[in-house]
Design a protein around this ligand. Structure first.
Ligand code: GDD
Ligand code: MN
Length: 367
């Protein structure tokens, strides 16, 4: 049996963003040539940001009719380079490749075959699925990579279920990028996240590969990239954790105001029967928070029935509600602490649990 990548007929643009990659580019081109079977029609698009080492000049020297060199003099940045390359490309599929041979070109036909066979909009080269790997990374870099992936999964539903949404090695159907180009905001380094969230690809598949050590030169990803990454994910999420915090703060006020109201309209519930008043105030704030999450925080994710979400929300706030209830009641009766302060302490303890449950369990992604 021939391998499936030798049986498909397809075309692909290979976009290579470069910044100071002069020593790598020639080897990269020859590796690509070696890797591409004759049944695949391809072009290479180098997008160089006027590298001081004159990568663009070297690329021009190597130019053939399958190679295009874009030299950008006024714009800088990996994401805009990749997007410019994709928009310039002429083929149905586009694949993005580091110039330093960390993404081995031998995998290109595999990713393309997967796209064609499964009619996928996006195919991700994954380091973290079975069969994939990373060579030559320190424990720290691996930890940062995994941590970043976890943050993405918490905040961005489109990344859940994927093993490597942070990959720089991915293939995309050009058409979905063109169709959504106004929505794409090329901030930071992770173009793939941007595409997953904003282009709403119909089908995303992953193919394992081994990320190799860089051939020559050094990585352009520094500490600044980590901060940019977190801002990027927050932006893509529509600043959801901050919305959640705002709702929590408003809910806290509602909780305490309810208690104060009871003090004036039903004072026993505030004093002798505080154990009932406290519970009432908690429930009122739970309902208030739920209404705001439904209409604001998670308004684009109302899947399933409302009653189910309401029940699940109660379940998810249960640990925090119980924590605040027990602390409020025991502080009140045990230490005679002011009911308002007792109530407040419990609220603060329960907040993070409430958030994680809401993200992952209630307003989750479309089934
Ligand atoms: N045009 C252009 N402009 N190219 C750039 C720029 C830029 O500002 N910054 C970096 N590049 C090029 C590099 O020359 C290289 O070909 C590629 O983009 C990736 O940059 P690296 O510096 O090699 O990044 P890395 O290897 O540390 O990170 C890789 O892995 C990450 C996943 O862990 C990249 O593939 C990232 O995109 C990926 O997220
Ligand atoms: Mn690299």
């Amino acid at each position: 049996m021939t391998k499936k990548e030798n049986r498909i007929f397809a075309e692909i643009s290979i976009v290579v963003p470069t910044y100071n990659e002069k020593e790598n580019i020639e080897i990269l081109f020859s590796e690509i040539k070696k890797a591409m079977p004759s049944n695949i029609d391809y072009e290479i698009i180098v997008v160089d940001d006027n590298s001081p080492d004159k990568t663009w000049e070297k690329a021009l020297e190597l130019m053939t009719n399958t190679v295009t060199v874009i030299r950008r003099v006024n714009i800088k940045g990996l994401s805009t380079a990749i997007l410019d390359g994709i928009l310039f490309s002429a083929k149905k599929y586009v694949i993005v490749l580091d110039a330093d041979l960390q993404h081995p070109p031998q995998y290109i036909p595999k990713l393309l075959a997967e796209a064609v066979e499964k009619d996928a909009d996006v195919v991700i080269g994954s380091r973290y699925m079975k069969g994939g790997g990373v060579e030559g990374w320190s424990k720290t870099r691996l930890l940062i990579s995994k941590g970043a992936s976890l943050i993405a999964k918490l905040l961005l539903p489109s990344t859940r279920g994927l093993t490597d949404p942070m990959s720089g090695f991915f293939l995309v159907k050009k058409e979905i990028v063109v169709r959504n180009k106004e929505k794409l905001n090329p901030y930071g380094y992770k173009v793939l996240l941007e595409i997953l969230e904003r282009c709403k690809p119909n089908k995303v598949v992953e193919v394992p590969y081994t990320f190799k050590p860089r051939l020559y030169g050094k990585s352009k990803l520094g500490a600044k990239v980590i901060v940019e990454y977190i801002i990027h994910v927050l932006k893509l999420s529509g600043w959801r954790p901050f919305k959640f915090i705002a709702v929590g703060a408003a809910g806290t006020v509602v909780n305490l105001v309810t208690l104060l109201l009871l003090k004036y309209v039903a004072s026993p519930l505030y004093l002798d029967y505080f154990f009932i008043g406290s519970a009432i105030a908690i429930e009122v704030s739970v309902l208030f928070n739920f209404a705001l999450h439904e209409t604001w925080t998670f308004k684009d994710r109302l899947y399933g029935t409302r009653i189910r979400r309401l029940a699940l929300f109660h379940l998810s706030v249960f640990p925090s509600a119980i924590a605040q209830y027990i602390s409020a009641v025991s502080l009140r009766y045990g230490l005679s602490i002011n009911p308002i302060i007792a109530q407040l302490i419990g609220i603060l303890i329960g907040f993070p649990i409430n958030y994680v449950f809401s993200e992952l369990g209630i307003w989750k992604k479309k089934a």
